[in-house]
Design a protein around this ligand. Structure first.
Ligand code: SAM
Ligand code: TMP
Ligand code: ZN
Length: 405
């Protein structure tokens, strides 16, 4: 049994996804020797209910100069973050000389709108490559890991912030005690911390076990976030469900007593209690469903191979590392994966070593089947790739279960 990273309570493991590579490290063909592997397993804290990985991957291995994920690669996500920025500009950032800090600003997908509005901002991101792309958009960025020391330095040099925001980043950070001490130093007395991450409730509902990979250390719920915030002297004051990335929740936390919690917080807490989201039995059933998905997907892909069908995959997502390595998918079952990210192209998928090719390869000629690894962008991709289905191609999805479209 391991120890909770938040409250030091006992963590009971409920799902083991086996030996896994870094999800965002794409080796060159012939360069697969020194690949890093770790044991990807998830557990539930019996005290604070935080669901978390049981093994931690060193942060410098994941978030590097050449971190390949660019947030602006999806038009839906660009629109989502532009709307988010506009909302902040109309709500939290209306006082005199407002200041917003974003943890994990990546290529500036959210802060570019804030910068264009002339509002004081600072992005913090350790991945130098994406940070440079953000700077080219006029966004101010510090290439650093956000933690207590970074926050103290920002507060000292730039003043306190009205808003600290983190999208798809807080769940990547095991050391949340340091983050909350930093927030305490950086936020104005009435300032808020807003963060959005994949929601455990959706992961369980959709059996989307591919949300579990090295970078996703925590799987939040309203209950676990409320317990965590209280433990660090803050309070969960609002929650909002978001449709992006397969279903997320946006949490707002403030200093204790600074804001009145909204009805939405209670409503989500009651919903989680009613459906027994933090019950070991619920998570054991989820683990059984994951194994079923694996068995059905492997059976389908082996049948298609035996029938001589041409099968490729679409989107070399970080999530797909978990699927490919847990299910044992390799180039014998999937000819290649197509992806728009130049830094992933002409390389191999982590651990499973399937070649990654550019989007032009997809139609030259179209395959019989395409396994949609980027299922969270299904609407955008299926609309863009209408001709694939018109040519007789079928999509294979494994969320919420294995099916063809
Ligand atoms: N916010 C963007 C979005 O939602 O698309 C980027 C999300 S990306 C999955 C996670 C980002 O967090 C990466 O750019 C990574 O470099 C950054 N990151 C990881 N640990 C961090 C830390 N301690 N402080 C700041 N950024 C961090
Ligand atoms: P994500 O699910 O973590 O956002 O990653 C999506 C991956 O899929 C990323 O590598 C970019 C790729 N992608 C495409 O190849 N084509 C597309 O149309 C979209 C939206 C993403
Ligand atoms: Zn705990």
């Amino acid at each position: 049994m391991s120890t909770c990273r938040i409250c030091e309570g006992p963590v009971k493991e409920f799902l083991d996804l086996g030996r896994q590579p870094l999800s965002d490290a794409f080796p060159e063909p012939g360069g697969t020797e020194g690949e890093f592997f770790f044991r990807l397993a998830v557990g539930l804290c019996a005290s604070c209910t935080m669901v978390q990985l049981v093994e931690e991957v060193p942060r410098e291995k994941m978030f590097r100069e050449d971190y390949p994920y660019h947030s602006s690669g999806s038009s839906v996500m660009r629109a989502h973050f532009e709307a988010t920025a506009r909302r902040f500009l109309e709500t939290e950032l209306t006082g005199p000389d407002p200041f917003v800090v974003e943890i994990g600003c990546n290529d500036g997908v959210m802060l570019r709108t804030v910068s264009d509005a002339g509002v004081r901002h600072l992005g913090v991101d350790p991945s130098a490559g994406v940070a440079e792309v953000a700077r080219e958009k006029g966004v101010r960025v510090r290439t650093a890991f956000f933690e207590e020391a970074t926050a103290l330095d920002i507060a000292a040099t730039e003043g306190r912030a009205d808003l600290v925001y983190a999208a798809n980043t807080l769940c990547h950070i095991p050391y949340l005690d340091s983050i909350f001490r930093g927030l305490d130093a950086l936020l104005k007395p009435d300032g808020v911390f807003v963060f959005e991450d994949p929601y455990l409730g959706e992961i369980v509902d959709r059996t989307s076990f591919d949300q579990i990979y090295d970078e996703h250390f925590y799987f939040f719920t309203a209950r676990s976030v409320q317990a965590m915030a209280r433990g660090f002297g803050f309070e969960l004051v609002d929650v909002e469900r978001l449709p992006v990335h397969g279903g997320e929740v946006r949490y707002t936390v403030a200093r204790r007593g600074a804001r009145t919690p909204s009805d939405a917080v209670d409503a989500l807490l009651v919903e989680e209690e009613t459906r027994r989201l933090a019950d070991p039995a619920t998570l054991d059933r989820f683990a059984d469903a994951v194994a079923r998905t694996r068995d059905e997907l492997v059976a389908l892909l082996e049948r298609l191979r035996d029938e001589g069908r041409r099968v490729v995959a679409y989107g070399a997502t970080a999530k797909s590392a978990t699927v490919a390595n847990y299910c044992g998918l390799g180039p014998d079952l999937i000819a290649y994966v197509t992806d728009t990210t130049p830094a992933k192209q002409n390389r191999l998928t982590p651990g499973s070593h399937i070649p990654v090719r550019d989007p032009e390869a997809f139609s030259a000629p179209y395959p019989d089947y395409a396994l949609l690894f980027a299922w969270n962008h299904a609407e955008e991709i299926m609309a863009k790739e209408e001709d694939f289905r018109a040519a007789g191609g079928r999509w294979i999805l494994y969320v919420p279960d294995v099916h063809l479209v």
